[in-house]
Design a protein around this ligand. Structure first.
Ligand SMILES: *[C@@H]1O[C@H](CO)[C@@H](O)[C@H](O)[C@H]1NC(C)=O
Ligand SMILES: *[C@@H]1O[C@H](CO)[C@@H](O)[C@H](O)[C@H]1NC(C)=O
Ligand SMILES: *[C@@H]1O[C@H](CO)[C@@H](O)[C@H](O)[C@H]1NC(C)=O
Length: 185
């Protein structure tokens, strides 16, 4: 009788231990995946050029329209709701154009895509010392910046502030009127 009782006690303990291990594993997996909230990533997908007009190296200027596909990659298990923002295009560190980004949400584990139109012009530059050289080289170097600030919403209760920053560089090939070497960090 005594032996049987001990055996069933040991069996019971083994069940409890197995259950605890199982629960711990589930909680750990949950904590490492679902609960780990990461910053979404915003970047340019593709950029094309329209309404292109530039001067030569002795009277340098540029005016053009960039049509850009923007992607907001949200790897979280909850949606990312971001506020109104803007995307700025810079030449030599100075702003030459801007586009508004209207507040929206990127759904859980999806990449939201939208298009923006940005008119850029060298007339917005106060100094353009290197513009003649860049035009002579045939490639106009540009960069872009944006910051989307918002919250990742998890399971209707957890809201965590997150932001997504864009930092891309590209060159406008003045011969082919296309964007080359688009790189985003
Ligand atoms: C840009 O070009 C399109 C046609 O390609 C034209 O309809 C539009 O008026 C132009 N915009 C500007 C600002 O020149
Ligand atoms: C540059 O453009 C200006 C104005 O269009 C023109 O007068 C000048 O001759 C051009 N210079 C060269 C080197 O092509
Ligand atoms: C966001 O932008 C839209 C469109 O420009 C505007 O109507 C709205 O009032 C803005 N919302 C906020 C909170 O600024």
């Amino acid at each position: 009788m005594k032996g049987e009782g001990q055996r069933s006690n040991a069996k019971c303990l083994a069940y409890v231990a197995a259950f605890v291990v199982f629960q711990t594993a589930i909680i750990l997996i949950f904590a490492l995946t679902v609960m780990r909230i990461k910053n979404p990533k915003v970047r340019f997908g593709a950029v094309t050029v329209e309404n292109f007009s530039t001067g030569n190296s002795s009277s340098p200027f540029f005016d053009m329209r960039l049509m850009a596909r923007v992607t907001v990659k949200n790897t979280n298990f909850g949606h990312f709701k971001y506020e109104n923002s803007s995307i700025r295009i810079l030449y030599g560190g100075m702003e030459v154009g801007e586009a508004a980004v209207v507040k929206a949400r990127a759904r859980a584990r999806q990449t939201k895509k939208f298009d923006v139109t940005i008119d850029i012009s060298s007339s917005k530059l106060s100094t353009n010392s290197n513009l003649g050289n860049d035009i002579a080289s045939g490639v106009l170097p540009l960069s872009s910046e944006a910051k989307l600030s918002g919250k990742v919403h998890l399971m209707k209760v957890i809201k965590k502030k997150k932001s997504s920053e864009m930092s891309c560089t590209m060159g406008i090939n003045l011969g082919t009127r296309t964007v080359q070497d688009l790189k985003c960090k």
